[in-house]
Write a protein that binds this ligand. Structure first.
Ligand SMILES: Cc1cc2nc3c(=O)[nH]c(=O)nc-3n(C[C@H](O)[C@H](O)[C@H](O)COP(=O)(O)O)c2cc1C
Length: 177
């Protein structure tokens, strides 16, 4: 079974990642969800756990119940890494090799895997040169970037920054695989 590591970060679009996880499961993929601490402020681990019928990983230092599944194992067993939504923060961390939580630590260990990242943020953040520079670094290292779409954002602004549609993300993932 093809296994996707779905990283969910702390943006307002985190709730859409539940739809994405559901679509991936319906396509027959096994999905390991890793959420940042901030993502759990926007969406419940229980939601993803129920959709994927699997444990959701949120904390490097939680008591280990299954010794076959720690950060290196999660990285090793992934056939593809998918980050959706990706905050400006996590994009910056990945681009600079920072690994200060479970998700970014797993990503360092999974650098050789096919990787897809779906940024979502306010337009002003999206247009910030530092965000674009960080994404250019990721592209140069082989990351596939699915750019955000334009529309009315959660903050009321209008412009680029909306998470790509989950159905389109699934189609892209299938193409990469
Ligand atoms: C209500 C709210 C909505 C946010 N939405 C976004 C967003 O869509 N994209 C983004 O990059 N950051 C967003 N942020 C900021 C992130 O939550 C913040 O940068 C955080 O440190 C990200 O943590 P993480 O990358 O570890 O998940 C939002 C913050 C708040 C309070």
């Amino acid at each position: 079974m093809t296994r996707i590591l779905l990283g969910v970060t702390g943006g307002i679009a985190a709730y859409k990642a539940a739809d994405l996880a559901s679509r991936l499961c319906k396509e027959g993929f096994a999905v390991d969800v890793v959420m940042t601490k901030n993502a759990t402020e926007f969406a419940l681990p229980l939601t993803f756990q129920t959709i994927t019928r699997a444990p959701v990983y949120t904390d490097s230092f939680a008591p280990i119940e299954d010794y076959s599944v720690e950060h290196i194992s999660l990285a090793k067993r992934a056939d593809l890494v998918l980050i959706a939504p990706a905050t400006a923060n996590v994009i910056g961390k990945i681009a600079n090799g920072i690994a200060d939580d479970l998700l970014t630590t797993v990503l360092l260990a999974a650098h050789a895997k096919p990787s897809v990242i779906c940024p979502a943020m306010n337009t002003q953040m999206w247009e910030n040169p530092v965000v674009q520079e960080n994404l250019a670094r990721l592209r140069a290292r082989g990351w596939n970037v699915i750019p955000p779409t334009s529309g009315v954002l959660a903050c009321g602004d209008e412009g680029a920054g909306r998470l790509a549609e989950p159905a389109d993300i699934v189609e892209f993932v299938k193409t990469v695989l």
